[in-house]
Design a protein around this ligand. Structure first.
Ligand code: PNS
Length: 163
């Protein structure tokens, strides 16, 4: 039986830290679903369909999409329902610091309570430890260069939208 994992998130936009975690997940699991989920606690910048497209383009150049990674979105309710639908037994999240541990732990426990889906925390390359989508959005909105933090296709998109 093949192992399936879900890497969920807002991905608004995808960063090099996200890419790092997705690549690590893809080397562990037979199949990885990268799922863009609307987070009502966050003010979104990029429409969900466009976030999916940016993720696909970012992963395609690394040969991941079409190999064992699919990219999609989920707006139908609980994330664990998506996991059950696709037969995923694990949710994968990247952990940059203790702040992430505190944020992710309650969600991991609730997801396990709801459907028995375990969450696996992966440590990204420390080079990305300071990178977040919210910082990228802020730097970009104020005219700064985000190229060191995001895939090239995302940097080009943000540059165009900042004009
Ligand atoms: O990148 P984010 O915004 O930190 O990702 C959080 C996200 C979208 C993965 C989380 O909010 C989520 O899983 N939302 C789906 C709704 C759900 O299942 N909530 C209950 C369990 S936490």
């Amino acid at each position: 039986m093949s192992s399936v994992a879900v890497v969920p998130g807002s991905f608004d936009p995808i960063t090099l830290g996200h890419v790092d975690v997705i690549e690590r997940a893809a080397s562990i699991f037979d199949q990885v679903h990268v799922v863009v989920v609307h987070n009502p606690d966050k003010q979104a910048l990029i429409p969900i369909a466009h976030r999916v497209s940016l993720i696909e383009k970012s992963l395609e150049e690394r040969g991941l999409v079409g190999a064992n990674v699919v990219v999609t979105s989920w707006a139908m309710g609980l994330l664990v329902d998506y996991c059950t639908d696709v037969g995923a037994t694990a949710i994968v999240k990247g952990i940059r610091s203790q702040v992430d541990v505190a944020y992710e732990t309650p969600m991991a426990i609730v997801n396990r309570d709801l459907a028995g889906v375990e969450t696996i925390f992966l440590l990204p390359d420390p080079a990305h430890a300071h990178v977040s989508s919210s910082l990228v959005r802020q730097v970009s909105a104020l005219g700064g260069d985000v190229a060191p933090y995001v895939p090239a296709v995302v940097a080009r998109f943000l540059e165009r939208t900042a004009d």
